[in-house]
Design a protein around this ligand. Structure first.
Ligand SMILES: C[C@H](O)[C@H](O)[C@H]1CNC2=NC(N)=NC(=O)C2=N1
Length: 95
């Protein structure tokens, strides 16, 4: 998988509400009603990450989930990160 150039990433981010670029990562923080909702979200994301064989860097504190996306095999951002970011938004109930 090829690394994306800066313009391609910037254009894609316009269509990914909540996500920001931070160097080689896309980042978004989510907040839910409670731990149960946060964990349910993480369970859904875990299943789709496994299906994509593309996995998030994330942490959870009670109702907060912080996510970083990057393609380690490519040392940067690829289409897989954009795809996973969009799928994560769907899992959180965003468009
Ligand atoms: C061997 C396996 O295909 C790779 O290690 C996959 C697994 N999940 C991955 N996830 C992410 N985020 N980046 C990768 O480069 C990656 N590579």
């Amino acid at each position: 998988m090829e690394r994306l150039d800066d313009d391609t990433v910037a254009a894609a981010l316009d269509k990914l509400p909540g996500w920001q670029r931070n160097g080689d990562h896309l980042r978004r923080d989510f907040k839910f009603a409670d731990f149960n909702a946060a964990w349910g979200f993480m369970s859904r994301v875990a299943l789709l990450a496994e299906a994509m064989n593309h996995h998030p860097e994330w942490s959870n504190v009670y109702n907060s989930v912080s996510i970083g996306l990057s393609t380690h095999d490519a040392n940067g951002l690829t289409e897989l990160d954009l795809k996973l970011a969009a799928a994560i938004n769907d899992s959180a109930g965003d468009s």
